[in-house]
Design a protein around this ligand. Structure first.
Ligand SMILES: [Mg+2]
Length: 450
């Protein structure tokens, strides 16, 4: 077999993995039309792999009678759609859609209750197969992960692109589900690429084409630009990434704070985040069980504040920061509620964790009595990029500065030297220990991994 070369015509066949030497539309060996060609194909090594309609695919695998039927995995008649198979999607069913709407769109859909344990098992199987390819596997969720295959060519005797194609083929054959691959030079575009041609996609976005490719895309393609932020941008007349590419960095920073930085760099296809193994599956958290069950803000908020400080102290000690704030509540009847919110940037500040927790807990104060409250952060990274100065929210900035001063005092005089308004003098029965009584950083798996 001739060595793979970076030539627009020299792709390979995703079915038989044979290298192609010419521009023919079908494989020279097996006749398959599933060919990959790209001028940077054998240079790129950062990939995002995402299983296709994962829960539904697992159900179809386990019950072949479902193969050609529209399948929805979700929480019964009153719940919402977790995953719809591609047949159901063609009929207009989408994730997170209320089930009654989904069944209006696709009345003959077969609805299956989620079996999370089973999906977690299959997810772990796929993940351990990924880990056999490279130690640099960064899971994002149960069915997707980033992989950095840089430097693995000698090990595999194949360039990353071919290793990935072979991997997908093996997953299909051995596990019985399909997945899509995005191959690029950075995380942002690897993730974008994996989504371009689902299911069974294999998309490549090279460095040379990135700015042009991005110019025509909507701002929502940028990581972290959700509906609300897209609406803000729209008000400012910004709809496409191309418009962002023409703006000055200072202007974006002034308008959107730390998010402006992200817009500036990602719009240009510049993303220097590395793939870090297993970071995302961990969290730093603190929780406390009450002597008597509590329901009101007056009781719960001071506890939330104290727990946020504890989490922050742990993060600071371990030199970590987290981007997703997770709130955990256990009701009187032992039901666990977790709510989470992803921040624009990783944080290690008690105040930011607390404010986010406050926002999350607000919706849960409906008279329900709780026996346990916990707060934590996941999506961990080094503290280096945490809490960039917020140019928009002056109050948040002031609080961050104050927190730095409080930390310094605590270092000097111990944890009880300074108490904030929320925790001061509360003497609460459910109150957790202060940061200085801590055993040190505790990193553990999130409460709910799915
Ligand atoms: Mg998926």
């Amino acid at each position: 077999m001739a060595a793979p070369v970076n030539d627009p015509a020299h792709g390979f066949c995703r079915d038989c993995l044979t290298l192609q030497r010419g521009p023919a539309p079908r494989c020279e060996r097996c006749g398959s039309p599933r060919l990959v060609r790209h001028p940077e194909l054998y240079r790129l090594h950062l990939a995002h792999i995402d299983c296709d309609a994962f829960y539904a695919a697992v159900e179809k695998r386990d019950n072949p009678a479902l193969k050609d039927k529209p399948v929805i995995v979700g929480g019964g008649k009153r719940g919402v759609v977790s995953t719809a198979c591609y047949i159901a999607r063609i009929n207009g069913v989408r994730s997170a859609m209320p089930m009654f709407k989904a069944l209006e769109a696709c009345p003959d859909a077969i609805v299956i209750k989620p079996d999370m344990e089973k999906y977690a098992r299959v997810g772990r199987q796929v993940r351990s197969m990924m880990q056999a390819l490279t130690p640099l596997v960064e899971p994002i969720s149960i069915d997707e992960a980033f992989l950095d295959l840089g430097g693995t060519e000698k090990l595999h005797g194949l360039p990353p692109a071919l290793v990935l194609a072979r991997f997908i083929r093996t997953v299909e054959q051995e596990i019985g589900i399909t997945a899509s691959v995005g191959l690029s030079y950075c995380k942002f575009l690897a993730k974008v690429a994996s989504d371009l041609r689902k299911p069974r996609g294999f998309s490549v976005i090279g460095e040379a084409e990135a700015p042009d490719f991005l110019a025509g895309q909507p701002v929502t393609m940028i990581w972290g630009v959700g509906k609300a932020f897209a609406a803000t941008l729209e008000q400012d007349g910004i709809r496409t990434i191309g418009q962002l590419q023409k703006m000055e960095r200072g202007d974006l920073l002034r308008r959107y704070g730390s998010m402006g930085d992200r817009l500036y760099y990602l719009a240009r296809g510049e993303d220097d985040r590395r793939v870090t193994a297993d970071r995302d599956s961990k969290s730093v958290s603190a929780e406390t069980t009450f002597d008597t069950d509590l329901a009101g803000a007056a009781d719960l908020v001071p506890v939330l504040r104290a727990l946020s400080e504890k989490v922050s102290a742990r993060l600071k000690k371990a030199n970590l920061a987290g981007r997703t704030v997770v709130l955990k509540l256990k009701t009187q009847d032992f039901r666990i509620r977790t709510r989470n919110h992803q921040l624009d940037d990783p944080t290690r500040l008690a105040d930011r964790i607390f404010q986010t927790g406050l926002h999350l807990i607000g919706k849960e104060l409906d008279g329900t009595k709780y026996r346990l409250l916990g707060i934590g952060v996941s999506d961990l990274s080094d503290a280096g990029k945490a809490d960039p100065p917020d140019l928009v929210d002056v109050q948040a900035r002031k609080r961050a500065l104050a927190e730095g001063a409080i930390d310094a005092l605590r270092d000097k005089f111990g944890g009880k030297a300074v108490e904030t308004g929320y925790t001061f003098g509360k003497g609460h029965r459910g109150r957790p220990t202060r940061p200085d009584e801590d055993e040190g950083p505790e990193i553990r798996h999130p409460w709910e991994r799915i």
